[in-house]
Design a protein around this ligand. Structure first.
Ligand SMILES: Nc1ncnc2c1ncn2[C@@H]1O[C@H](COP(=O)(O)OP(=O)(O)O)[C@@H](O)[C@H]1O
Ligand SMILES: [Mg+2]
Length: 252
């Protein structure tokens, strides 16, 4: 369970303050997928980084399975698997070697790590390249390896920032199916996306984030009813118009 209450995050550079996230409140239950949908610069990554203990909220509180992210960041990190675009794997180690290394970092028994590697490699369709140096892998393969590393400790809570960005449709489908299975296995899943169709297909609840504000939230159907629109895309654009947000969201 993730509970975000009145989260505000400001960045101050050279006396100028940007409010990246403004008074955002939502919760994600176990066995559900929550998607933050919004254009570039909306504050998606900032929100997820605050939950993942990598940024300190300016105001508000966040708990993960009841643990406060600012009071016990270490325990929160043990509970979550976090993926973001700025942690791409590289170098001469293979995915298997990296997974062993991160298993050790997470204090897993070697047996547990080996079982977990087998499971992740099957689930994410990684067996063909498990022993190839990461430097020689395609974007999709590298992303799968990065995902596997973020999940080596079998976290209860999965937080993925734009998990399919840059992937071909097959690799994207593997990742999407994996997230769906994780939810079915009772994990709490949160992701961000700027791809409307992905939010629509995958998420139990969609939060629409525009210029740091959560302007609407609900299931796809509830959003369509509440805003009297025939599809999510039109809901989104009517909200963006009201807000005066100009940047487009991909409708892939
Ligand atoms: N470390 C930072 N320092 C200053 N401004 C930042 C920083 N990170 C993000 N921002 C700003 O906060 C806003 C939201 O960014 P971000 O959370 O990355 O949006 P998104 O992930 O939705 O594209 C943007 O205006 C961005 O420029
Ligand atoms: Mg982002």
């Amino acid at each position: 369970m993730i509970e975000v209450t009145a989260l505000t995050k400001e960045f101050t550079q050279k006396k100028t303050t940007t409010t990246a996230v403004s008074d955002v409140t939502f919760r994600v239950e176990p066995g559900k997928i929550y998607g933050l949908l919004g254009p570039n610069g909306a504050g998606k990554t900032t929100t997820l980084r605050c939950i993942a203990t990598l940024l300190r909220p300016t105001k508000g509180t966040i708990t993960v399975n009841g643990i406060d992210v600012t009071k016990e960041p270490r325990r929160v990190r043990d509970t979550i698997g976090f993926l973001t675009g700025d942690m791409k794997l590289s170098g001469n180690l293979s995915p298997r070697e990296l997974l062993r290394f991160f298993g050790d970092l997470n204090h897993l028994e070697r047996d547990t790590t080996e079982k977990r590697i087998g499971w992740l490699a099957d689930y994410l369709d990684m067996n063909d390249f498990l022993d190839r140096p990461v430097a020689k892998l395609s974007t999709g393969m590298t992303q799968k390896a990065t995902i596997a590393v973020s999940l080596i400790h079998d976290p209860d809570v999965i937080i993925f920032d734009e998990p399919t960005a840059g992937l071909d449709i097959l690799a994207a489908k593997t990742v999407v199916d994996f997230l769906y299975d994780s939810k079915e296995r009772g994990r709490t899943v949160m992701l961000s996306t700027h791809i409307m169709s992905e939010a629509e297909k995958l998420c139990d609840t969609i939060g629409i984030l525009l210029e740091g504000e959560l302007v609407a939230e609900g299931s796809k159907d509830a959003l369509m009813v509440a805003h009297d629109k025939p599809n999510l895309e039109e809901v989104f654009f009517s909200l963006a118009e009201k807000k005066g947000a100009t940047e487009e969201v991909a409708h892939a």
